[in-house]
Each structure stands twice: as C-alpha cells, then as structure tokens.
Design a protein around this ligand. Structure first.
Ligand SMILES: Nc1nc2c(c(=O)[nH]1)N[C@H]1C(S)=C(S)[C@@H](COP(=O)(O)OP(=O)(O)OC[C@H]3O[C@@H](n4cnc5c(=O)[nH]c(N)nc54)[C@H](O)[C@@H]3O)O[C@H]1N2
Ligand SMILES: Nc1nc2c(c(=O)[nH]1)N[C@H]1C(S)=C(S)[C@@H](COP(=O)(O)OP(=O)(O)OC[C@H]3O[C@@H](n4cnc5c(=O)[nH]c(N)nc54)[C@H](O)[C@@H]3O)O[C@H]1N2
Ligand code: SF4
Ligand SMILES: [Mo]
Length: 731
C-alpha cells in the first residue's frame, strides 16, 4: 500500500490497509502493539491474517464477527461474518470499535481492593488468591449475619451470566437481578400477558410498520434494523411516532412528533377505528381473540378526535393510519419495541400496542409477529442446596404487582436495600452491568452502596459501578473469552446457536467470571456445583444437537431447522383463556385495569421540560463512551433543546446550561435544534462519569442518571425514565 510506504505508518494509512477502525485504539493502548504495526508498515507488506470467528459483544445483539489476527497475535480488524444470517452481514460502528475495547489503555489489569473512603479512588493491588479468599470470607460472613439472601447479585447481558445465576442459587440467594428491569420488562410483560409470549417481529415481510418509542436506525437491533431497511426498499411503509426527529424518523415515510407519554391515546384510537369500521379479520377474531366485546365497548370513548387533543396527532391522520394498517394486515404491525423503561404505565402503553397487533391478526403470520423458535440447548443440571434460615421471598417482592421472577426490579431492590426492609442486604456482586450509569437517580444508587458491608464488581474497566466497589475484579473482553453456547433468535433467518473461543489470549491478569465463580464456589464448599470445564459444559449443551459442533467450527454458527409461521395452528395460545387476551382476567384479579385505560401524563409547566432517554449509533447504553474510537464520534453529550424555548431563555449555540430535577443536576452545552419538541429535552447517556479510571470520558458532559428521578412502571417494576421534568438555567 503506497500510503504506508510514502508516509510511514499513519492512522489513515492503517485504515486504508485494513479498513478497520481499531488501529488507533490499539496504538493508544500498548507499546508492543505499536511496534507490531510499525514493523508491518516498514516492510510494506500486508501481514498474513488468521481468521477467527467470534460474536460481537459491544451490545447484546450478538452479531457474527470474524477477527483478523496477525502473526504476532494482534487483532488487526473485525469484519462481519457473512454466514451469520442473523446480523445480515452487518457490523456497526460499535462492533468495529471492539478492538479499542480489547486494547484500551484503561483496561483493568489485576484485582484491586479499595483503600480509604468508598469511591475515593485509592486502590491496592491484590493477587487473585488474596482477592478470592477475601471475597469468599466476606460473602460467608454476610450469609451468616443476614442469611444468604443478604447478598444481591446483578448480572448484565452476557453469555457467561448464567454462571453468576448458578452461583447465586447454590450460594443460597434468590436476590438476583438483571439490567432488564432498566430496559424491557414492561414491553415483555405486555406481550406475554396478551399473546402468552414475547414474539419476534417479521419486519422483512412486513408491508406497514408503526414504530413508536423505538429508534431502530440508531438503536440497532439485528436482524430488525437490517430487515426494516430491506422491507422499505421493497415498499414497506414506515410511520414513526417520537418526540424527537431521530434517524429513524428521518428515513420514515411519515413522522409525527407525538406528545410524550400519550402513545396509548393514539393506539386506543386506532383500535377504535379498526373496530368501528369493521376492519379486522372476523374469522381470526372469533377463533383467537378473547374479550373483543369488552374492548369494543371500552374503546368507544377513544375517538381519533379525542386522541388528537392528547397526542397532538391530527384525527384524520389517525383514521387514515388505522385504515392503512388494516389494509396491509396481517403483514402489518405496531412494532413492539425494546427499551420500555419509560412511564409509570409503560406496561399498559405497550398493551395498547399489543392489542392493535391482535386486531390486525398478525400473530404467528408472515410479515407479522412470529414465535420465538425452540432451541434445545441443555446444561449441567444441579439441585441447589436448601438453606432453612432464608427469608420467604426476594427482597423487593410485592413492590410491583407483576414483576418477572427471574429479572426482579433494580429500582425496587435498591429501595429495599436502602430501607433495610423486609430484611437486610449487605453484599452486592455485579457482573458486566453498570447501574451507576444506567439506573435512574444515581444518588440513590450511591446511597444503596453506602449501606453495604461488601461489594464486588467484575468489569473490564473501572466503570462508575466498579469505582464504588470494595473489590474490583478484571475480566477479559469477548475477544479473549471462551464462552458457553448461546441461543439467538434470527427471525426469518431462523434460530441459531453461537459460541465464542478466545481470538487472542486473555490480557493482563483478567479472568472470566466462570473461573471466578468456580474459585469462589471451591472456597465456600460449593465446588461440586462447578465441577466441570467449559468444554464439558458445551458438550452437555449440545447433547440434543449432535451435528452442531462441526457447523460451529466451520461457520461460527449453527442454524436450527424449524417452522417460522403457523406454529400455533390447531394449538391453544399460552394464556389463561387460551386465546389472545384483549381483556385480561389476570389483571382484573390483581386489581389492575384489564384493558388499558388512558390517563394523561403529568403536565409539563411552561418553565420546565420533559427529559427523555434514547440512543445514538455510537454509544451502548451508559458505558461505551470511554472507548477511544467511539469517543471520537461522540466525545461529549449536549442538551437538545428546541429553538423556541432556547430563544426565550437567551440561549446560543455553545452556551452551557444547568439541568436540574428533584434527583440532581448537571451542566452541559446546548444543541439548539428543531429535532426535538419544544416541551422535550434530550441528552446522550454515558457522560458525567465519576470514575477517574475512565480517563478519556472523565470530565466530559453531564450524567443523565444523576438528573433522572426514579419512577417505576406500576405493573412490571421497570424503571420509568421519561417521567422526570427538569428546569434549565443558563450558566
Ligand atoms: N442512562 C441510561 N440508562 C439506561 C439506558 C440508557 O440508554 N441510558 N438504557 C437502559 C437499557 S435499554 C439497558 S439494556 C440497560 C443496560 O444497563 P447495563 O447492564 O448497566 O449496561 P452497560 O451500560 O452497557 O454496562 C455494561 C458494563 O459491563 C462492562 N463490560 C463490557 N464488556 C464486558 C465484559 O466482557 N466483561 C465484563 N465483566 N464487563 C464488561 C462495561 O464496562 C460496563 O461497565 O440500561 C438501561 N438504563
Ligand atoms: N447504538 C445502540 N444500539 C442499541 C443500544 C445502544 O445502547 N446503542 N442498546 C440496545 C438495547 S439494550 C436496547 S433495549 C435497544 C433500545 O432500542 P429503542 O427502544 O429503540 O431505543 P431508545 O433510543 O432507547 O428509545 C426509543 C425512542 O423513544 C423516544 N421516546 C421518548 N418518549 C417517547 C414517547 O412518549 N413516545 C414515543 N413514541 N417515543 C418516545 C425517544 O426519543 C427515543 O428515540 O437498543 C439496542 N441497540
Ligand atoms: S449491533 Fe453493533 S455493537 Fe451490537 S452486536 Fe451488532 S455489531 Fe456489535
Ligand atoms: Mo436494553
């Protein structure tokens, strides 16, 4: 490559050679990496690259990756795996930036014990033996003093998270939560309680999509993002409802800047039109729907003219959209969405989405909502020991009416720990999750942590959560790990299984959580429950899929043959009534509205704004902002504010503002833009970090979770992150 020859090794030269975004980070990280690159450049020859399959872990999507590794064992480039149909040959900006995750200079290198004050940033290096002995001793002590449920475990999305669950279970704590109650439990609740399960949207064959409260062209979800693009090229119409003019809105055929918190009004009015004008499939309704009469009576009041006053979408548009949807049915849908940690009635809002889908008769149909395909993975079975002195239930039990048993609620668990009720929780183990950056009301998370006797965090960097811990344990990134086999739903591509083997050996002293759990179990006399290697475990997993191993080795993925549509033909739906529940008897019995009843969102006074959460293509949740490549693209956050109020406040581009709420405040620059409603402001997540171990992002922007108040969805216990009204002041 002449660019290299002429100029020596430059970043641009490298990008030309390999097309990878990864080099800069690699250079920033390690002298030996720099040397390896420089040598390649001097010789002016493309290094021989070995190809290694992996699965991207820069977000939960699990896109297929081929890592190109050079002779000296350095990952030079990450490419999409073309045989991995679920990601449709895509690797996004964050996926490419995985190299900076691996070689980032801020990686944790060895176990660290807090010295001095919590959160004070003073650490002492420990050996692994010292760290594990200490952790085992402290966990045991808490178990004795507070019962074993006195240790709360929290694990984020990961192929190894199941080992944390296994450990918690054999240790004896049923207080295990995931990030999901900050993410999607309300949409899952709504769809499970309507259809008996969480369906997958067949966007590829869909002809008409309404997307509300989702931003699929920035908040990427594979295969949905790619399928929607393809479908739109084939004539699918996209209607977007969002208070912000997102990238998805920009590409849509029709966009409505809906008043935040009023989606239910819109969808109840759509249901009104479909029923009033007899636009639904009678046969499907008769066979499959439960409660159509009740719904018909219920939605009479919700006319488009009424809805217009609530959601600010013109009534003629609501009528037209309802007719167009019904015309395209069953290959039409209200996209269920993903993150629904929005409002206090988010489950009921998403129930209104589900109900319109039910009326469209799109369940289990091509171009509609398809059924997750069964994936017969096994595991190493175990019988967890019984501890007599344990309390009856989870610490946050009963705080919301219908929490998922597996996921619990971060918000409620945090309150319970702070209150010490119904019993004390004094230990906290976090793995690959960063609630200090992703749980609304950061001061409350700090308050919770201050109540603890002992907190362990397993992370790859000194996240804000690790920063608050007593013991920080360094983990390898996905490119260094051997993982169990994991199921992936690919919708039209079919269900598949994937796994990970190390692309390169683990850096520093990092150890996978599987090993950490095994070592802790040994020290706590629970070794028998982890008496297997990862190879043993995988073999067991594949017991029912003998042909899969060879495919995984050859292609990095194995597809499970299965039926995609008509799965329920001749079979009952998995709900109490055995039908799709427009009306929910279970809700009625639990004292909840059996059908969604519209209640207007709290008014936004003239001098205040609603703060909403969302994503951009370069940031994953609250925690990728320190990645050197991604931070070039999103170096700090700004407050999106509409020109109308900005003018009234005398704000100019580049001005800074203080944004405050009952929870806290932050200062950041403004972005004056018509891409948000005058009553709504927005900022990216993952800034305003407290950890000085995140050297690149520390000191940049403001933290949204410092400002967000902690409301929750009444039914599911999901965090409700769009309920906060903020004041803004020029500084
Ligand atoms: N402010 C804000 N809050 C949010 C959201 C938001 O957009 N903004 N989104 C909500 C949603 S939808 C979700 S899903 C949740 C997600 O909430 P979290 O589960 O907290 O997700 P992340 O912010 O991605 O944090 C992941 C953590 O894992 C670490 N990590 C990354 N890779 C590895 C690894 O290989 N091993 C280990 N051990 N650690 C690793 C990262 O450094 C980081 O500390 O947040 C919710 N809350
Ligand atoms: N680039 C990127 N991609 C990701 C992730 C990431 O962090 N970064 N995270 C992954 C994860 S874990 C998830 S859960 C998904 C999340 O995917 P989505 O749920 O699609 O994404 P969000 O951007 O969090 O929120 C959706 C949109 O809702 C809008 N909104 C706010 N209030 C209202 C309202 O009242 N009504 C309506 N109609 N809209 C409203 C916001 O402005 C925002 O644009 O993305 C996944 N993909
Ligand atoms: S969407 Fe991007 S970050 Fe997420 S798994 Fe796929 S390539 Fe990786
Ligand atoms: Mo999420």
């Amino acid at each position: 490559m002449s660019a290299n020859k002429d100029k020596g090794f430059t970043r641009r030269g490298f990008l030309k050679v390999s097309g990878a975004a990864g080099a800069a980070a690699a250079i920033g990280g390690h002298a030996h990496v720099l040397k390896a690159f420089a040598k390649g450049a001097e010789n002016n020859q493309e290094p021989d690259l070995r190809n290694a399959y992996s699965v991207c872990d820069m977000c939960f999507n699990k896109c297929g990756v081929i890592a190109r590794v050079d002779k000296s064992g350095i990952v030079r480039k990450l490419d999409p795996n073309p045989k991995f149909a679920k990601s449709r040959g895509m690797l996004c900006a964050r996926g490419n930036a995985g190299i900076a995750q691996l070689y980032g200079p801020d990686r944790l290198k060895y176990p660290l014990l807090r010295k001095g004050e919590r959160g004070g940033g003073q650490w002492q290096r420990l050996t692994w033996d010292e760290a594990l002995d200490l952790a085992a001793e402290r966990l045991e002590k808490i178990g004795k003093a507070c019962t074993r449920c006195g240790v709360l475990f929290m694990a984020g999305t990961d192929m190894q998270s199941s080992f944390v669950h296994r450990f918690a279970s054999v240790f004896g704590s049923f207080n295990v939560i995931s990030h999901e109650s900050n993410c999607l439990v309300s949409v899952n609740r709504a769809f499970v309680d309507t259809f008996g399960e969480v369906p997958n949207p067949d966007l590829l064959h869909c002809k008409y999509v309404i997307m509300a409260g989702a931003n699929r062209f920035e908040a990427l979800v594979t295969p949905d993002t790619m399928d929607l693009m393809t479908a739109m090229q084939q004539g699918c119409k996209l209607v977007v409802l969002d208070p912000r003019f997102t990238k998805t809105a920009a590409l849509a055929h029709e966009y409505h800047p809906i008043r935040p918190g009023t989606d239910m009004a819109f969808f109840l009015a759509v249901a009104h039109v479909i029923i009033e004008e007899d636009l639904y499939d009678r046969k499907f309704a008769e066979e499959r729907l439960n409660g159509l009469d009740q719904l018909s009576a219920h939605v009479k009041q919700y006319t488009p003219e009424w809805a217009e006053k609530e959601c600010e979408i013109p009534a003629p548009d609501i009528r037209r959209i309802a007719r167009e949807l019904a015309e395209a049915a069953p290959a039409a849908m209200v996209y269920p969405g993903r993150r629904s940690s929005d409002y206090e009635d988010s489950t009921q809002i998403r129930r209104s989405f589900a109900i319109v889908n039910a009326l469209l008769g799109n369940f289990d149909q091509k171009g509609g909502l398809t059924i997750a395909q069964p994936i017969p993975l096994k595991g190493v079975a175990y019988d967890a020991p019984w501890y007599d002195d344990n309390p009856k239930d989870r610490v946050e039990a009963g705080r919301s009416k219908m929490m998922f048993e597996e996921e619990g609620s971060f918000k409620h668990a945090r309150d319970a720990v702070i209150e010490g009720k119904p019993y004390p929780v004094k230990g906290f183990f976090t793995y690959k999750t960063n609630p200090m950056a992703t749980g609304a009301n950061r001061q409350k998370t700090i308050e919770m942590i201050r109540k603890l006797d002992f907190m362990v965090s397993v992370d790859i960097v000194m996240s804000d959560t690790a920063w608050m811990a007593d013991l920080v344990l360094p983990a390898p990134t996905y490119l260094e790990r051997q993982d169990p086999i994991s199921p992936v739903q690919g919708v039209t591509a079919g269900a598949c299984i994937v796994t990970r083997d190390p692309v390169v050996p683990a850096l520093y002293e990092s150890k996978p959580v599987f090993w950490i759990m095994k070592e802790l179990a040994k020290r706590l006399d629970l070794g028998e429950f982890f008496d297997f290697t990862m190879e043993d475990y995988r073999k067991k997993q594949l017991a029912a899929l003998p042909e899969a191993q060879a495919a995984l080795e050859k292609d990095g993925v194995y597809y499970i043959p299965g039926k995609l549509y008509g799965v329920y033909e001749g079979k009952p739906i998995k709900t109490t009534s055995k039908k799709i529940e427009l009306y929910s008897q279970r809700y009625k019995q639990a004292g909840l509205d059996p059908m969604p009843v519209y209640r207007p969102p709290r008014e936004v006074p003239a001098d205040r704004f609603r703060l909403v959460v969302g994503r951009n293509g370069y940031i994953t949740q609250g925690s990728s902002t320190n990645n050197s490549l991604l931070s070039e693209l999103a170096p700090e956050n700004t407050l999106w504010i509409h020109p109308g109020p900005a003018k009234k406040m005398g704000l100019h581009p580049e001005d800074s503002v203080e944004v405050s709420s009952k929870a806290g405040k932050g200062t950041l620059k403004v972005r004056i833009t018509e891409e948000t409603r005058p009553d709504t402001v927005y900022m990216d997540s993952g800034f305003g970090v407290i950890s000085k171990g995140l050297s690149r992002v520390h000191g940049k922007g403001a933290s949204i979770v410092e400002i967000l108040e902690d409301y929750n969805d009444e039914i599911s216990g999901n965090m409700a992150m769009h309920e906060t009204l903020v004041s803004i002041r020029k500084v």
